[in-house]
Write a protein that binds this ligand. Sequence first.
Ligand code: SF4
Length: 640
Amino acid sequence: MERISACTLDCPDGCSTIVTTDEHGNHSIKGNPAHPITQGYTCKKGKHALARINAPDRITTPLMRSGSTFVPVSWDKALTTIVDKISTLRNTPDRMLHVRGYGFHGVLADTSRYLFGQLGASGTRGALCDNAIMESCILDFGALDQNSHTELLNADCIVNWGRDVLRSSIHTATLLKDARNKGCKIVSISPASPEEGMRIHVSDLHIQIRPGTDRHLAAAVIRRLANEGIPDNILNRTSNSSTFVRFIKTLDERHLLDACGVSSTELSTLVEIYGKENFAVSSIIGWGLQRYIYGGENVRYINALCMLSGNVGQKGAGSYGGVSTGRNFDSSWRSGSKTSRKLLTPKLADEILDANDIEFLWCDGTNAINQTPEATKMTQAFSTIDMVVVVDAFMNDTAKRADIILPCALIYEREDVLGSYFHNYIQYSAKVFEPKGEARADYDIARDLANRLSIPFPEIDNILAQALDTKEVTNLTKNPLEKIRQQGFLPTDRPAVAFKNLQFGHPDGKYCLPESALHDEPEIDTDFPLSLLSLINKDYEHSQIPAEEQQEQLKAYVHPATLKQYRIEPDGQAHIVSSIGKLLVQAVADTSVHQEAIIVRRGGWMMFNRCANTIVEAHVTDIGENAAYYSQRVRLEVSE
Ligand code: SF4
C-alpha cells in the first residue's frame, strides 16, 4: 500500500513523499516521482523519519518531574497540572512564555501560537535562522519574492554565495547539476569548499572568502561596475542610486579585497560575470552569510549587486534567498493575538533572566536550550521558571530540564499542509500511522488545553480551508483542501520571474539600495582570532540526532596551517575556547577550510559534550534580530 505524504522538516525542499507498506508490514519512504521538485528522491534526513517513529528511546507517554527523574503520568494529570498553573496567571499572562521553533513546518504546527496568543502569553521576536535575510530582502525589494526555481535552468551563470546545497537542499543541488549540464557556469563563494569530500560536485569555480565578509566582495564588484557606468534604466528604478553610487565610488578596492581576502583576479572574474551584457546571472544567497553581526549588510550588498548589474526582474537571473515557507497561505485564522511582550530569541537566556518574572514556559518544535546561543546560560534561565512544559519526543537537552514533557506525534503521525522556501508548490503531509503510544499531534494537544481553559479553538478543516484560501492557491485549484488531500501537492499561481519590469513592493515601486555605509568586521581580538562556524549537518536536521550517533567526540575541521600554528597534531585532541567556555574536539586537518575558521557540524547535544552553542555568545545581526552565531571568535588549545 502506498500513501502520499510530505516531509515537514525544517528544510527548503518541502518534499512530497510516498510511504509504502509491504505485505509483511514493513514501511519505507521515497520521494514522490509525480512531484516536480522531489522527482522520486529525498535525502537521508527525511528517510530517518521511520527510525525516529520507532526509536526505542522515544517518549510516548506524558512525563512529570519527580526530583531528578521523570515519572509517567496520564494526559489528564499532566494537562490538569498545566491548567492549574496557567489559571493562576490569567491576569498576568505575560508571566507565561511561549517558545516555538521550526523543528517541523506546517499550518497546524502553528496552533500552539494561536493558543498562547489568545492567552496573551509573552512570545519571542527575532529568530535563530533566517530573519536577517528576510528583513534585508524586504528592505531592498519591498517584498519577499524570487524567480521560480526553474529559472535557474535559464541562467548563463549561477553565483552561489555560500549556500551548502549538498547538505541543505539536495534538490537545489540537482538543479545546479542540470544547469551545469546545459552549459551554465557555477561559481561558489564561501570560507570552505562545501564540496570537499562529497560525492557530487556542482561548482566550476570556488572562491574562498574570509568568514562573514561577502559584503566587501559584492561592494568591490559593484564599484567596478559603477566606474564602468550603470545604465540609467536600472538606476532610475532605484530610490537612492545617486547617493549609493557616489558612496561606492569612494571605496578603496585594495581595502575591500583585503577585508574579504579575495584576489584581484577573482574579483575580475566576478566583474566579468556580472558585467556581461545579455548574460543572465542567478545569485543564490546562503543562510550562513547572514548569521554574522553584519549579516544583513552582507545580504543587502549582494542584492544590490544583482540589481545594479541588471540581474533582477529577468529570466534566468535574480537573487534567491528571501522567501518564506508560509507565503502561499492565509494566516489570519490565528489573528487576534493578545501577546504584548516579545523576548529577543538570540538572547533568550538573558531576556528570561532579566525579565525575572516568567513563571511558566511552554516550549514546542524546538530543542531550545541546545539551539540557542549561550546554551549553558539557557539552562540557568530555565531553572528560574516555576513550570517548564516541553513538547517533544526525545529526552534531549531541553526536555531533560522540563517539569512536564508532553509526547508529540512525529512526521507521518499527524496531518498538515506546508509550503517551501525553495519552490512554489504546497504539500500535504498525511497522517499515515497512528501516533506511537500516547503521543498526540500538536493540534490535539493545543486543542485539549484550549478546551480546558474555555478558549474557543478552530476545527482542523476550518484552519486548513482558510489557510488555503489565497489567490495563489485558488486561482489554479478549486476546492484546494480536498484536492491537496488527494494529490499530495498543489501548484501556486506565481510568476516565473519576480519583480518583472523592475516593479518592487515599496510604496514608490522602486528598489531601495543600502544606506551609504559598509562596516568592517569587528576588530580581531588576538586572544580569539578564529571564526567558529557551526554549520549544517548532512545526515540529520538540527539537533534531531540519535543518541547512538553522538558517542564519538565532536570533530572540528581546521586548516593544517592553523593546526600547526597552535601546535596541534592532525586528529589530536584540542579545546575550542571562546570567552564563555571551551569545547573538547578532535581536530581534523582540512585544506578546504579557511585558515581563519574552525568548522564544526551543529546539532550535537550538551549531554554528549557536542553542543557548539555552549561556547557561542548571544550576538545579534544588524538587521532582523537574528542570531549571529558565526561572529563567534575562538582560539584552539592543545588538550593535555
Ligand atoms: S529534509 Fe528536505 S530534502 Fe530531505 S526529505 Fe525532508 S524536505 Fe526532502
